[in-house]
Ligand binder design. Sequence first.
Ligand SMILES: [Ca+2]
Length: 129
Amino acid sequence: MDAARYGINRLFDGKLPKDGWRSSWTAWYQKNPTLTFDCGTEKKIGAIRIYFQVFARADELKSILVEVSLDGEKYLPFNEYGEIISVRERGAWVEIDLKSVLARYFRLTPKYQGWGHQWGEIEFWELIR
Ligand SMILES: [Ca+2]
């Protein structure tokens, strides 16, 4: 099972996957993907919520590096989030506080320890003025 078979389009189709192995998760085995999202226009994003599932260990999702960009070419490192603990083989979500950063492009690079990554959905929460 890899991301080529379960495309990353599933990460923002609005459908949350079911708990459990091989249901509807997008997975990367022994690999750290870099995912770039284009919001279409500049937005003030308050938070990103990532639905994920760990397989081999509770702290498998070791960290997530977030970079932001206005033009899609020059990225600035925004923050790296760690200490994400979950329950094995159960769907969970982690919320990343983006402190209403203004950007159009968001680049996420998660790091694993153990098996790899299984992600189900990514939500961008815009701050409404
Ligand atoms: Ca989905």
